[in-house]
Design a protein around this ligand. Structure first.
Ligand code: SAH
Ligand code: SF4
Ligand code: F3S
Length: 440
């Protein structure tokens, strides 16, 4: 039987899909390239914002037709949406054709459940955000691509007041350093040059292990050092960092690691101290600025990107202006900007002063306009410089060209004969746009 996986959401979910593929192949199922060829359709879902959920219910709704035409097809819904408290009602309304509903830490049970459904069990639902029994080592069939994704921790303990992740991914659990290094070494042996370490808050790595009595458990800096030391690995990225658990001293340590020192993704969320408090982020703009200043001092060549939410409940015009002013001071290379989306069960969804969509949209427009002009200025400064570019493959928009990334994680469009996939080549930057560089 053949399976097809459709993935929504973040890197964590992308990597979960690699594990789902691994588990299914180990059980003898074969991957295929489309819904039409598949006997088993797996939808790996995300609920970070309402817009994501709507899109996914739309996708799942379209599968009704497939099930009608081929009733033997098995449809499985996995990932974060399944863990929400509202999933029962939603399934009744939109998901009568779904056979298997599995939570974020149950993917290794999928083959067993598929067999049961084939044997006539009817719908199976198994959701729990408890990750204590989740196996540390599962097979992963990695998607084609130059970056190897490796989990260093699961779950999140931060409970930012707007965020659903702690409710759907459970408490933070660090993987053992041995398991992490084994995966990285395997990736290096298979020719991978770049590793992405995954966790909702990578900087708090090891805290749970120390709390549980392992006093010698490494911290994030130690994990990063060990991963950077694996022969063959030229670049190490990590996501996401949490400014509360980041410090100027950590910047000093990272600046000693050539594989990691040129890129920081440090989600700010808001440039207004009052809003940061209401978001329960645990830091203020002064702390954030101190980290950023140290990055610019130690590694002036490093690119820095961020995440920002506009329209958080109670955000006034003055509060939003504070974010614009702070963004202008920080001069990020890029920012991923989001309209605040109320998530059922989170404290922020219950706050008074929810803002109208029109206000949120207007703020997003102003923020994007400011950031785009900064991004373009920053990128134009690269023209004429030579950058080390890790080649990723033919461009999706025009296969005559290749795309790659600089050490600072900027996308570079270059000629198709610039080199082979996975190679790091020096290229002179000839042009710049808001979201990418050109070396043509
Ligand atoms: N653990 C990561 C983020 C995961 S979610 C971190 O803390 O950085 C990715 C981004 O989605 C967040 O950084 C935030 O900017 C945004 N986000 C999370 N919840 C949101 C919500 N309810 N509405 C809008 N954006 C949200
Ligand atoms: Fe969500 Fe905050 Fe955890 Fe990130 S750190 S996943 S934003 S609760
Ligand atoms: Fe979405 Fe879950 Fe990631 S909610 S952003 S897929 S952790």
């Amino acid at each position: 039987m053949r399976f097809y996986i459709k993935t929504f959401g973040c890197q964590m979910n992308e990597h979960d899909s690699e594990i789902i593929a691994g588990v299914l192949q180990q059980a003898g199922y074969q991957p295929c390239g489309s819904v039409d060829e598949a006997d088993i359709i797996v939808v790996n879902t995300c609920c970070i914002r309402e817009s994501a959920e709507n899109k996914i219910w739309g996708y799942i709704g379209n599968l009704k037709n497939v099930k009608y035409q081929r009733p033997g097809v098995i449809i499985a819904m996995l990932g974060c949406m399944t863990q929400q408290s509202t999933i029962g009602g939603a399934l009744k309304r939109y998901g009568s054709h779904i056979d298997i509903v599995l939570g974020t830490y149950q993917q290794h049970r999928l083959p067993e459940y598929i067999s049961r459904v084939i044997a006539g069990s009817g719908r199976i639902v198994d959701v729990s955000e408890d990750n204590r029994d989740f196996p540390d080592e599962l097979p992963a069939v990695r998607a084609a691509g130059v970056t190897t994704q490796v989990n260093i921790s699961y779950g999140c303990n931060n409970f930012c007041s707007y965020c659903i992740v702690p409710y759907v991914r459970g408490r933070e659990r660090s993987r053992s350093l041995a398991a992490i290094l084994a995966e990285v070494r395997e990736a290096a042996a298979a020719g991978s040059r770049e590793v992405m370490l995954l966790g909702q808050n990578v900087n708090s790595y090891g805290k749970d292990l120390r709390r549980a009595g392992d006093a010698a458990a490494p911290d994030f800096a130690a994990v990063l050092r060990e991963v950077c030391a694996v022969p063959g690995i030229a670049r190490v990225r990590y996501m996401s960092s949490h400014p509360r658990d980041f410090s100027p001293a950590l910047v000093d340590e990272i600046s000693l690691l050539p594989q990691a020192r040129s890129y920081y993704h440090l989600p700010l969320q808001s440039g207004c101290d009052k809003t940061l408090r209401a978001m329960n982020r645990g830091y203020d703009t002064a702390h954030y600025a101190a980290i950023l200043d140290r990055i610019r001092l130690q590694t002036p060549e490093a690119a820095v990107t961020t995440d920002i939410i506009v329209g958080f409940p109670g955000e006034t015009d003055e509060d939003f202006q504070a974010t614009l002013d702070f963004m202008a001071r920080c001069r990020f290379d890029a920012a991923y900007t989001f309209i605040y989306s109320p998530r059922a069960g989170t404290p922020a969804a219950k706050m008074a002063e929810q803002l109208p969509l029109s206000v949120k949209k207007e703020r997003l427009r102003r923020l994007t306009e400011l950031q785009n002009s900064i991004s373009l200025e920053k990128n134009l400064a690269y023209v004429g410089r030579t950058e080390q570019v890790l080649l990723e493959g033919p461009s999706k928009t025009d296969p005559a060209f290749f795309t790659g990334r600089t050490a600072g994680n900027k996308i570079v469009i270059c000629p198709g004969d610039a080199g082979a996939v996975n190679e790091i080549v020096p290229l002179t930057i000839t042009g710049a746009k808001t979201w990418h560089l050109e070396a043509l």
